[in-house]
Design a protein around this ligand. Structure first.
Ligand SMILES: Cc1cc2nc3c(=O)[nH]c(=O)nc-3n(C[C@H](O)[C@H](O)[C@H](O)COP(=O)(O)OP(=O)(O)OC[C@H]3O[C@@H](n4cnc5c(N)ncnc54)[C@H](O)[C@@H]3O)c2cc1C
Length: 371
């Protein structure tokens, strides 16, 4: 007899399973997908959407449409608690959904531990990616004023990409020299190799994007970015890009989690205490080895999740996930250039951007076709 498979979040690790819904349904299983939006946005192209390089339709998957077309059920909502004893997920609106097998791909969020108070300026976190569209509209409203100051709080790749692409948006909107400042924590791109670091700094400096470092931000108060040192910088628009943490759903549900709060999973991407629960992407803590929070791992987990979910429904053998070796990173700097990094090979310029653009569009085409 068919069973109930529930997918929470239509993220990057669920792409293959979503594409295979027709197969699951054909074997008699009921598939339900829960998500807070009918669309899932591809983060790799998010900064480019902010700049206006891409339009929203080009960087999103029509999850609802795809699920329904392939014979599944899409529930618009947010899961707030998982009850493994009862085999149910509870939604924000008070309803619940029963499962035999559950897979969680709820991603990550920017931590909300930075105090923001007083006189209001627009403050946007870099995730969820769809909010970057709203940020784009708000930034365009500021574009008439040469004096507008944009602050980006964070020192990692997303801070760099957001700053570079904000520059592009405002420059294309007519600002001669957008005033953008990155508050980089201890050091901008501190984990990157020296060559990547230098190329990014040069690109930002050429465009007068200021990097304040060290700059540990303590709070945002009355439209000012206040550092631990006491220095305060006025800002008219603020992006928060100070790292990401897994969804709080698992800790809130009392499920086993890793040190970062991600759902603890074994080599089969399966919760060791509750073998009917699986997960992938930024929201898990992979017990065999901690994984960087990059989309690459979510994408690599796809075939294993798809296989293991079917195996769990039908009593088949599970397959182990191997994270694989080094991965490619390409940073979109917003001026039609990028920095390419794979092992010892590091270069920048237009070719690096064209490679990223090609890889990203190919990924979109591959999974957009199912809707
Ligand atoms: C600006 C930016 C640029 C990036 N660029 C790159 C890049 O170029 N390459 C790269 O490898 N990585 C990149 N990353 C990292 C990348 O975003 C993450 O590693 C990737 O998104 C992880 O995929 P995911 O599917 O786990 O999470 P997400 O992409 O966050 O997807 C999670 C999904 O679950 C849904 N969801 C969340 N909570 C719930 C809930 N409670 N109930 C139901 N549904 C829920 C969300 O709506 C979302 O659709 C970037 C990150 C940022 C912020």
């Amino acid at each position: 007899m068919g069973k109930k498979l529930v997918l929470v979040g239509g993220g990057h690790a669920h792409m293959e399973t979503l594409a295979a819904i027709g197969d699951f349904v054909g074997r008699g299983h009921a598939v339900t997908v829960v998500g807070p939006s009918p669309y899932h946005y591809y983060s790799g192209m998010g900064p480019g959407m902010l700049a206006g390089t891409y339009e929203p339709e080009g960087i999103r998957f029509a999850t609802r449409q795809q699920v329904e077309k392939l014979g599944g059920t899409f529930v618009l909502g947010k899961v707030v608690r998982i009850d493994p004893a009862a085999g149910k997920v509870h939604l924000e609106d008070g309803t619940s959904i029963a499962y035999d097998v559950l897979s969680c791909n709820t991603g990550s969020q920017v931590p909300s531990n930075l105090p923001v108070s007083g006189h209001k300026v627009p403050v946007y976190t870099v995730k969820p990616i769809e909010r970057l569209l709203e940020a784009r509209q708000q930034l365009l409203a500021l574009a008439g004023d040469e004096e507008s100051r944009i602050a980006v709080i964070g020192g990692g790749p997303s801070a760099v990409e957001i700053a570079g692409n904000t520059w592009r948006l405002l420059r294309d909107a007519g600002l001669r020299r957008p005033r953008i400042r990155i508050f980089a924590g201890s050091r901008l791109m501190g984990r990157a190799p020296g060559a990547v670091h230098r190329k990014i700094h040069l690109s930002l400096a050429r465009r007068h994007i200021e990097v304040v470092e060290p700059a540990v931000v303590q709070e945002v108060r009355d439209g000012k970015v206040v550092l631990e040192s006491g220095a305060a910088y006025p800002a008219d628009f603020i992006f928060l890009a100070q790292g990401i943490v897994p969804s709080l759903l698992f800790a809130d549900s009392g499920l086993p989690v890793g040190p970062d709060g991600g759902l603890l999973v074994n080599k089969y991407l399966q919760c060791p205490d509750y073998p009917q629960i699986f997960g992938g992407g930024d929201g898990i803590h992979f017990a065999p080895q901690p994984l960087d929070k990059v989309g690459v791992y979510a994408v690599r987990q796809n075939p294993v999740l798809r296989h293991n979910l079917l195996a769990a429904l039908e009593g088949g053998e599970l397959r182990a996930f191997s994270p694989g070796g080094d991965y490619l990173l390409i940073y979109n700097l917003g001026d039609d250039t990028a920095v390419f990094q794979k092992r010892w090979l590091i270069f920048n310029g237009r070719p690096a951007f064209l490679i990223k653009d090609y890889v990203d569009r190919r990924f979109m085409r591959r999974y957009q076709q199912f809707a």
